[in-house]
Design a protein around this ligand. Structure first.
Ligand SMILES: [Zn+2]
Ligand SMILES: [Zn+2]
Length: 235
């Protein structure tokens, strides 16, 4: 950056203006213009669009890869104090069965209901707002319904779906994904898939004998060493 203001080109000014606008509202890949639907209560705006998956949905075990296609199919309905979004989010979720390691890659659909109020909540997030909770909270309609709330931006002109998409799938991801509810998992002794081999078992499955088995193996190994590295039973 130079501090020579006279040398400012038209392009730079344009860029500056754009940056000012950007500073006011953070336009992102997930910004949706909603000024029209919000102009009167009782209006409806369908939304059928594909958004890139935001970062931070799950991990390598179970999650949605950043940038993957998230299909959003739903609508905004305007009510007096904001917009209600209802619809379905569909995205490719990658997961691995926590019992048998089977990859579970599938499109997941989640029903979504979210409230986008016109004004940001009056409560200062960082301020010393203590005990005024019961007074003026009626700004938010149906707060007791525990629906997700995402403030609109720029005087109700834009909704941003990034946080809603992320929250929806983060909440939906299972902590321990299963290929099926009754997955039998892998044999803890040899790793055979017990779903494919339901009758698989080992002779010494009783843990009371496990210690003896180990001792026997140890003795056999010691015996083998004594014989000069010839495995026992092969002579
Ligand atoms: Zn499984
Ligand atoms: Zn086994």
């Amino acid at each position: 950056m130079t501090d020579n203001e006279d040398g400012e080109t038209k392009e730079t000014k344009e860029k500056k203006r754009k940056e000012e606008r950007m500073a006011r509202v953070q336009y992102t890949d997930w910004t949706v213009p909603v000024a029209q639907v919000g102009s009167h209560a009782g209006q409806q705006m369908p939304l059928d669009r594909t958004f890139p998956a935001p970062s931070g949905i799950g991990d390598s075990i179970v999650g949605i890869k950043e940038g993957a296609d998230v299909h959003v199919d739903g609508q905004f309905d305007s009510i007096v104090d904001g917009l209600i979004f209802t619809g379905t989010f569909t995205a490719p979720v990658h997961a691995v069965c926590s019992r048998c390691d089977t990859p579970l890659n599938d499109d997941w659909s989640e029903r979504v209901t979210a409230f986008f109020p016109y004004e940001e909540q009056q409560t200062e997030p960082k301020g010393g707002k203590g005990g005024e909770q019961d007074d003026d909270v009626e700004i938010i309609a149906g707060e007791d319904e525990a629906e997700d709330v995402y403030p609109l931006m720029d005087n109700g002109s834009f909704a941003d779906l990034e946080a809603l998409i992320r929250d929806t799938f983060v909440d939906a991801l299972p902590l321990q994904p299963l290929c099926r509810p009754d997955c039998k998992g892998l044999c803890p002794q040899c790793g055979v898939d017990l779903n494919e081999h339901p009758d698989h078992h080992h002779e010494t499955t009783d843990i009371r004998f496990a210690g003896l088995e180990a001792l026997k193996a140890q003795l056999e190994a010691a015996e083998g060493d004594a014989d000069g590295d010839v495995p026992a039973g092969e002579n």
